[in-house]
Write a protein that binds this ligand. Structure first.
Ligand code: KG4
Ligand code: ZN
Length: 344
């Protein structure tokens, strides 16, 4: 059994947690920065990095105090080393290096996407490898076969925007505020999902890739037409995303052999319509459906500590020269999607 201090700072959440390899979260703290970024309608990297500098040390002190654990008692210090906003990643990683050096503990440099990918296992002890994962966050939209710790086969990615990005842009277009995903979900609750005809990009195509740029433009046109209520646009947009998820995941289940469960993770996995739709799809295929609790879907340090614990137990520790990486694919062998932009 190992005990890991986990640190997360790759976007606009500053977080620290103490997690054991037998799935106990001894303490976790998270400080969001919504108020600081709200005036700009999105995350400002420079503001995020400065906020991490100010907030992270006290969060680490708080989790150690709450769990009554001394730094000398942890087995390793794990931090997100990418992908993400590089200034923020550097704050968390350098903090982890300082603590590891001071306490003479190993460092585990965690891929943030691996944190999301393994987070469902932290909440569900019955989930085993391999599982098909729909990873939907602010920066990514991928379908992966999770074969083991550090072993991922990517079947699909987005050729333009990420799913969370589409929610955030839709929220901005509709003036629903920031952060966008939860705002769109709230607005959609009182809207008619069939009211606005919107496209389902790439639905029906053989490769299970995603595309959301055309959907976003269609939302803009619907708004500018003045014909529809905002709640109806939000609900129709959300339904279009859900339909894309369903069709693309169904396709991936056909091509990804051996999946023992259908799993969703990342911030967009907090969306109730998404969870309900995927529950039905899993049942269609006779597979269990696993989604982490809502707080484990969006960015947090428990998932980084958990990924750190699994890596530490597998002997996968890193040197103090571990790099901070703005980009870091989970499956470096995966082919680029045809027509893909820089985000693939
Ligand atoms: O995983 P995450 O916290 O950060 C990244 O690694 O990107 O994901 C954040 C994304 C944002 O785009 C946010 O709008 C979206 O997840 N999100 C949601 C919901 N909650 C968060 N999207 C749809 N419905 C939600 N309830
Ligand atoms: Zn994330």
């Amino acid at each position: 059994m190992s005990l890991i201090l986990g640190i997360e700072s790759s976007c606009d959440e500053t977080a620290a947690a103490l997690v054991t390899s037998d799935r106990r979260i001894l303490a976790h703290r998270l400080a969001g920065q919504e108020a600081a970024h709200r005036p700009y309608g999105g995350v400002v990297p420079e503001i995020a990095a400065r906020a991490h500098v100010e907030i992270l040390p006290e969060l680490i002190e708080q989790v150690l105090a709450e769990a009554q654990i001394a730094l000398a008692e942890v087995d390793a210090v794990a931090a997100t080393a990418g992908p993400g906003l590089i200034g923020g990643v550097m704050v968390g990683l350098v903090t982890a290096k300082g603590l590891a050096l001071a306490a003479n503990k190993p460092l585990v440099a965690v891929n943030h996407l691996e944190g999301h990918a393994l987070s469902p296992m932290l909440a569900d002890p019955d989930l085993g490898f391999p599982y098909l994962l729909l990873l939907v966050s602010g920066g990514h939209c991928q379908l992966l076969l999770v074969e083991g710790v550090g072993r991922y086969r990517r079947f699909a990615t987005t050729i333009d925007d990420a799913a969370g990005e589409a929610f955030d842009k839709t929220a901005k277009l509709l003036g629903l505020g920031f952060p966008g995903g939860p705002a769109v979900e709230r607005a959609a609750a009182s809207g008619d999902a069939g009211a606005v005809p919107l496209p389902r990009p790439l639905v029906g195509s053989a490769e299970p890739h995603f595309s959301f740029a055309g959907l976003k433009s269609a939302v803009l046109r619907a708004k500018e037409s003045g014909k529809y209520a905002d709640a109806d646009i939000a609900a129709s947009f959300q339904q279009a995303v859900v339909d894309c998820f369903l069709d693309r995941t169904r396709r991936a289940l056909e091509v990804a052999d051996g999946a023992t469960a259908l799993v969703v993770a990342g911030g967009v996995a907090a969306n109730q319509k998404v969870r309900t739709a995927l529950t039905g799809l899993a049942a269609e295929h006779g597979l269990p459906f696993v989604a982490p609790p809502l707080w484990l879907c969006t960015d947090n340090a428990a998932m980084i500590g958990w990924a750190g614990a699994l890596r530490f137990d597998a002997g996968l520790v890193d040197g103090l020269d571990a790099p901070a990486r703005a980009r870091w694919p989970l499956d470096p062998e995966a082919e680029k999607a045809r027509g893909a932009g820089v985000k693939a």
